[in-house]
Design a protein around this ligand. Sequence first.
Ligand code: OGA
Ligand code: MN
Length: 233
Amino acid sequence: MKVLLAVVKRLHRPAVCYSTRRALSSSAGSGGLLAAEETDTAVVVASSQELLQRIGSQVEVRTGFISEKEEEAFLREVELGLKKKRYQFDHWDDAIHGYRETERLSWGAECEEVLTRVRSTAFAEGSPLLGPVHVLDLDKTGYIKPHIDSVKFCGTTIAGLSLLSDSIMRLVKENSSSEWLDMLLPRRSLYILRDQARYDFTHEILKDEESVFNGQKVPRQRRIAIICRNLPG
Ligand code: OGA
Ligand code: MN
C-alpha cells in the first residue's frame, strides 16, 4: 500500500520547467553577482509533463528582463497618473479586484527603449500592435480572477512586465480544470502568453493568501503590470 501511494504521489508531482535567464545588459549588476543570479530558477510548474510539453513553448517568463533603474523609470512615469485614481474594490462582476489602471501611448526615452525590447522579444516582426500600453496597478489585497482576454480587441500574444512585486499567474484549461500551469512572475520579469495558452486557458493573478508557487509562499505586494498586446488578425 505504501509503495502504491508513493507511486501515485510521484505520478501526481507537478512537472517543473526552468527559465533561461537572459544576462542583463550594461546598466544592471556587476559580473560576480549576475553569475550567482544566473543559476536556474523554476518559473513554470504544470499539472503534467504532457501539458508542459504541449503548452510550454507558448508561455515564457524572462527573469531580470529590466534593471532596477528601468523599473524606477516606469514608476516615475506612471505613478502620478495612477495616484489620481482610486482602487476599485466593489465591482462584483469585474474580473479584477482591488485595482486602478491607465493607458499610455507615449513614453520617455528610457521606457520606450524597454518597450522596444519587449516588442521585439514577444511579437513577430510586423505584427500590428495595440497602440496604447496598458498599465494595471493591483493593490496589495488586489487580484485578477480567471478570465480570457477579449478576442475582439486583442490578438495572439500578451506580454507583461511586473513591477514592485513577485506574483503568480495561473493558467487553467477552459472546461478542464485539472489541466493547469503556474508561472512565477518575479519582480522585473517579462511574461509572454501566446496562442492556445492565451485562447484556451484562463489566466489569473493569485491573491496574497493563495500565492504559493510549487509549495513555496510568494508574498504579494502592490504590483504594477505594464502590458503590451497585438491586434486581432
Ligand atoms: C489583464 C491581465 C495580467 C497582469 O489585464 O487582462 O490579465 O499581468 N493582466 O496584470
Ligand atoms: Mn488578461
